[in-house]
Design a protein around this ligand. Sequence first.
Ligand code: GLY
Length: 363
Amino acid sequence: MTDRVRIDLGARGYDVLLGPGALAAARRHDVLRSPRRYAVLADANVLRLCSGLVAGALEGLDVAGAPIEIPEGERAKSFATLEMVLGRMLDLGLERGDAVLAIGGGVTGDLAGLAAALYKRGMDVIQVPTTLLAMADSSVGGKTAINMPQGKNLIGVFHQPSFVIAEFGFLDTLPDRERQAGFAEIIKTALIGDRDFFGRLEAAGQNGLTIKHLQAHLKTAITFKAAIVAADEREAGPRALLNLGHTFGHALESEACGALLHGEAVAAGMALAFDYSVRLGLCPDKDAARVRDYLELAGLKTRLSALPGRPFTPEAMLQRMRHDKKNSGGHIRLVLARGIGNAILHDQADSADLLHFLKDQIQ
Ligand code: GLY
């Protein structure tokens, strides 16, 4: 059975359908029934490995030309690829009332969202996430972006999708490592604001990723995110909490030069955020230990000495953290925790203390 979560943003509100059969259920949804043409964006990997599901997604739709194929991986989030996509959309003669259908992981969704926001001053984008990470986080909430040599996601806009279709059939095509990494974004929501949910995740143990539990877990995570996005769409306040683990995580991810998946970096980053919270006297030691134990049980490494892409240099990590988008007034801003389910924003982190902390962690 498919679940539905509403992202309540008034006139810009939309539904997320999730579960096995979401694509079939989506065909009955008003958003896909209005007559218009669709530009389809996907990478070669998705077009090759998921051809049956992609065909299912396009069934009954007026698709303009062949899918626009984008390069695989982060390198697609560039001005060059954005220009190529927009040029193809113009060549296809798409009008503002048409829509972009993004079928893929976070990279495809971010790029397609930005292309849709810019094309003729804005058209609809429908997100069909194919990875657990994109289902749990990036396809929902309207963040779009490309990367710059200076860092990830530095150029972008908020542009909400008009529909998100999280079809679980795509998850069967994912390697275990990708699924585990995506699960980190689900765990993140429990750590930010739902201690009971964390208890349920612990209770499911290593079965958390089985289909029986996954749909319930994903629905809880998306419902949690929906409330935060509805309250603070443009991240003026509490939405920044959704970045738990991301300041440390982005530094690790960038330093690992592709060896670390985003979710793996976020998992290690969340463990660091809890340990740093303990160091500052904000969080009980036993909560940080519980977080580490559960992440390890979920197959996510938390020790910097065990992560792909090591060794990490404390000075280089701190330098990366100084470029984080959340920073303000030249100070590093972190998401820390008073305990499991109680994340807080911590402005003006002390760089010298952070450096000592990272040195201790990296030893
Ligand atoms: N990925 C965090 C957010 O959507 O705000």
